[in-house]
Every structure is written in structure tokens, then in C-alpha cells.
Design a protein around this ligand. Structure first.
Ligand SMILES: NC(=O)c1ccc[n+]([C@@H]2O[C@H](COP(=O)([O-])OP(=O)(O)OC[C@H]3O[C@@H](n4cnc5c(N)ncnc54)[C@H](O)[C@@H]3O)[C@@H](O)[C@H]2O)c1
Ligand SMILES: O=P(O)(O)OC[C@H](O)CO
Length: 334
């Protein structure tokens, strides 16, 4: 099989290495030809330090590598998914399968990323969402990892499962692409918020409280928008929430730590030096939850800190002193 990965950040690079390990003819495309040339020379990506890229992996800045591709992986930051889909569109056929691995919601349209790709490719071929607890740094060194390949087209989901699965990368299929994509985008804001707790010096009780109540609000919005409740308890939901809220690999969490320590969001993102999707998602989620009439106190507070300059200390007090509620019934005590 011929596979092409578009987007040479840490994640696109780690996934291209999996496809290569699985014996597929694999291309890794960078939108920056100079960066592609440097990776060819060093066999390393500065965004995935310490991972040697095998000689069989073809690294290029030439889009013509898409000619005859069976599998196309869309792996840019979410803000560049539409322009990347535009670039792949002329090369796709009805037999192609696109796998979307970015985690976010498109700004302004609030579309899921598979919907954005579908729009730009005229829904010519199926788009599978691959998501789960999977830091590129660990996949790159072949640590056992699990993800979900979700698509309404079960054959396409199985095609992606077959392409990626091996003895260190386990892939489950799912028909709930809505839930899988939303879970991946929503958890980034919570990972950032968890980092803020760390930055403020709060410890394990606080983070367990935050993660558990975040699951409740993420699931509430996800279900309202058509996702399945079970998905939010699975790898793309709970699994990814755990890994991003607890790992120092997480760019969202690291940005949050810096904000908790007093940096502005812009300073924090600059210092992290890689894409912090939670910053962008906070805005879309705020709009989506307002439109759907779903209460999301943690995500709303993150939005207020990131976009309205609210002080993090005030936000914590506000969250802790909200009206008294029943945990299961979600009702407020009069
Ligand atoms: N890093 C991970 O562990 C991981 C895991 C799962 C999912 N993801 C998701 O994958 C997506 C990409 O993240 P990443 O970690 O690989 O990013 P990264 O921060 O490592 O790198 C971003 C990459 O995007 C490239 N880029 C910038 N503008 C572009 C454009 N207009 N067109 C194409 N490429 C462009 C940059 O050159 C860079 O290579 C994000 O949505 C992220 O949430 C990341
Ligand atoms: O580094 P983060 O916070 O963007 O998280 C990366 C992945 O989503 C982890 O599954």
C-alpha cells in the first residue's frame, strides 16, 4: 500500500514511522521544503527529538507524492486542516481513504475536522478520525499505545485499523466519529486547565476533581452534539484526558502550567514552541456550548482566562463556590 502523511509535526512524523514499520510505501510531506530537506539529511525531526527516522521513510516537500496514494493521513495543526485538504483534493479517488489525526474544531465554522476535509474533497472518499492517548514522543520510541479509528463507513475504519495496527500500536474501530472527534478536541482545554492547577501549586485532589467534573461536562456537550456517551468513557475520551492531564509531553498541559505561574497565554504558547490546540478549541467550545445550551463551567472559565484576561485565582474560587449540586442528577439545590 502507498501511504502519504501530510504534516511533519511530531505526530505526523511518529505516524509515518508506524506506517513505514508496517511495510507500507510511506511518504512524509512537509509544507516547508527546507525542513523536509533538513530531515532527509539528519533523519531526525527537531519536533520529535531523539527519534531516528528509518531510511525507508520518504521525506519530501513535493505534493506529487500524493499520486496513487491509497491512504492519506491529514496531520497538520487544526488551523491548517482546510488548506491541507484543498491540497490533497486533486489527488484523491473514490478508492482513497483519508485519516484525520489532528485534534480540534475549525475556528469560525465550528466544524469537526473530518467535516472540513469532506467539504474540501467533495466527500469523494471516506474520512476516518484516528484519536486516543498517544503522545508522539512515546509512539516514536515504539511504546505500547492504543487509539480508535472512527468512521461511519466500517470498511474504511477497518482499512485504517489494518494500516496502522502492529505490536506496539493497537487500534480499535468505532462508528462514532462525532464522539471521537469531539472528545479529542474537548480534552485539550481540560489538559490546559489541569496545567494551570499545577502552575498554581494545586495537587492531586484538585486535579482529580477537575478531570472528573470535566468528563461530566465534556460528555454533556458531546452527547448533545450527537456523540455516544460510551465514547467519552473510552480511549478517545477518558484515555486521552488522563494522558494529557498528567503527562509532561502534553503541550496543552505545559502551556497551562506557565499560565498558572503568571505568564500570558501568548507568552506560554511561544515558550512551548509547538501547537497548543486547547487555546484555539476553548473559543470554539465556548461558542458551541452556548449555542447548544450546555453548561460547561470548566471550559467556560478556561475561555475567560484565555480570551478575556480573567485571573486564574479568581476563576478557581468561582468554580469552587458555584451553586450546590447533586452529582448524578446534575440538579442545582434551591
Ligand atoms: N504531538 C502529539 O503527540 C499528538 C498526538 C495526537 C494528535 N496530535 C494532533 O496532531 C496535530 C498536529 O500536531 P503536532 O504535534 O504534530 O504539531 P507540532 O507542533 O509538532 O508541529 C506543527 C507542524 O505543523 C506544521 N505546519 C504549520 N503550518 C502548516 C500549514 N499551513 N500546513 C501544513 N503544516 C503546517 C509545522 O511546520 C509543524 O511541522 C494537532 O492537531 C495535535 O493536536 C498531536
Ligand atoms: O501535547 P498535546 O497536549 O497536544 O496532546 C497530544 C495528544 O493529543 C495526546 O494524545
Amino acid at each position: 500500500m502507498k501511504a502519504v502523511v501530510l504534516g511533519s509535526g511530531g505526530w505526523g512524523t511518529a505516524l509515518s514511522q508506524i506506517l513505514c514499520d508496517n511495510g507500507h510505501e510511506t511518504y512524509l510531506w512537509s509544507h516547508n521544503p527546507a525542513k523536509a530537506a533538513e530531515m532527509v539529511r539528519t533523519r531526525e525531526n527537531p519536533l520529535l527529538k531523539g527519534v531516528y527516522l528509518s531510511e525507508a521513510l520518504r521525506i519530501t516537500g513535493d505534493l506529487d507524492c500524493l499520486k496513487g496514494a491509497d491512504l492519506v493521513v491529514s496531520a497538520p495543526p487544526s488551523f491548517a486542516v482546510r488548506e491541507t485538504a484543498k491540497k490533497m483534493a486533486p489527488y484523491l479517488t473514490e478508492k482513497s481513504v483519508v485519516v484525520s489525526v489532528s485534534k480540534g474544531i475549525e475556528r469560525d465554522t465550528n466544524l469537526r475536522l473530518s467535516q472540513v476535509i469532506g467539504e474540501e474533497t467533495g466527500n469523494l472518499c471516506p474520512v476516518v478520525a484516528l484519536s486516543g492517548p498517544s503522545h508522539a514522543e512515546e509512539v516514536g520510541i515504539r511504546m505500547p499505545t492504543g487509539c480508535v479509528a472512527a468512521c461511519r463507513d466500517a470498511d474504511a475504519a477497518r482499512f485504517a485499523q489494518d494500516a496502522f495496527m502492529n505490536d506496539y500500536f493497537r487500534v480499535y474501530t468505532s462508528g462514532d466519529i462525532v464522539g471521537v472527534e469531539l472528545a479529542g478536541a474537548l480534552k485539550n482545554v481540560i489538559a490546559l486547565s489541569c496545567g494551570v492547577c499545577d502552575g498554581l501549586g494545586y495537587q492531586d485532589n484538585t486535579k482529580a476533581l477537575l478531570m472528573t467534573r470535566a468528563m461530566a461536562e465534556i460528555t454533556r456537550l458531546g452527547e448533545k452534539l450527537g456523540g455516544s456517551r460510551q465514547t467519552f468513557g473510552g480511549l478517545a475520551g477518558m484515555g486521552d484526558l488522563i494522558v494529557t492531564c498528567t503527562s509532561m509531553h502534553s503541550r496543552n498541559r505545559r502551556a497551562g502550567i506557565l499560565i498558572g505561574q503568571g505568564k500570558t497565554p501568548q507568552e506560554a504558547m511561544k515558550e512551548v514552541g509547538a501547537v497548543v490546540e486547547g487555546y484555539f478549541a476553548a473559543l470554539s467550545i465556548h461558542q458551541l456550548s452556548q449555542r447548544a445550551g450546555v453548561e460547561m463551567p470548566i471550559s467556560r472559565c478556561a475561555y475567560e482566562v484565555l480570551y478575556e484576561g480573567k485571573q486564574v485565582k479568581n476563576v478557581v474560587t468561582e468554580l469552587m463556590t458555584r451553586a450546590k449540586k447533586d452529582e448524578l442528577l446534575e440538579t442545582v439545590r434551591p
